[in-house]
Design a protein around this ligand. Sequence first.
Ligand code: GLN
Length: 380
Amino acid sequence: VAKRLEKFKTTIFTQMSSLAIKHGAINLGQGFPNFDGPDFVKEAAIQAIRDGNNQYARGYGIPTFNSAIAERFKKDSGLVVDPETEVTVTSGCTEAIAATILGLINPGDEVILFAPFYDSYEATLSMAGANVKSVTLCPPDFSVPVDELKSVFSKKTRAIMINTPHNPTGKMFTREELELIATLCIENDALAFTDEVYDKLAFEVDHISIASLPGMYDRTVTMNSLGKTFSLTGWKIGWAIAPAHLTWGVRQAHAFLTFATSTPMQWAASVALRAPDTYYEELKKDYLAKKLILVDGLKSVGFFVYPSSGTYFVVVDHTPFGFENDIEFCEYLIQEVGVVAIPTSVFYLNPEEGKNLVRFTFSKDEATLRAAVERMKLKL
Ligand code: GLN
């Protein structure tokens, strides 16, 4: 394997999902629904295939999908963007992240991450030869450490990566925190890359896109996807929204990474993004019910559960059960209890910082969540 990828192992999601299968464990690890996306979107995909939309799409997206993304973004953030020059369709948000980083970051550029971070950020930054700095969000509220963030920023900072609602903690960046980040970006002439794939799973406060803050649109790449919002994680449909001068970099990388994204799925995704508001309301209501089942269940098992206001994840402190670290706890949980969770230490530059925390997802039907809680109650 190339040196730039040497330090990375098989992704924790792949490892944990295969262990789940091997041990017949209930998988509350990798974040994907065990129920299907809505029929109106699936039917639209079938229809698009039948209608013969099966050859390469325009590299940066089929026109109707670029427009649907721009319409959705206007509804959500109030920002008006040009679908032709400011929207790029990618194969999932993970590709949007890669295209953004590879298209806009030079070797040696400093990029700031908030730990814990979604694993692809660090790996893709490594592919780009970036110099990664991290600022740790600590329990109990995972708020941004103001002084530390200020001290990490400098004229050498090329970009900061934001993820709100935040995987794995469920934290949502507050307006004050985003304003601080915006001020620092502007002062240091840095870019903001923001992964907002869980924006429709915001349970307590409204989601805020940093691109909508004064002076930020021009220096921000906003990324999102279809998977979480429409329970279609396997479709791998994502996008990046950025001013034309940044979109150019994103598109140059995208053109040589995947060239284009699945054509019929883009047709279906256009239908999805134009869903009535009731779809989004229902989604949130269903997830809130699941969240309550899991959170109450985990508490009754004896975990300390950190408050999560967005995403379909919760993070708990496993130390009441006496294990050395998150990896050992998760191994026991899979082998002896029959439940899979994600150890969080892999999401830090310094794994020690995550050793007390594990992540559970509630993106599962209610019976599965209850069964997992029962197993833990019985065997932990
Ligand atoms: N985003 C999902 C999670 O955090 C998994 C994505 C993946 O498996 N790469 O669980």
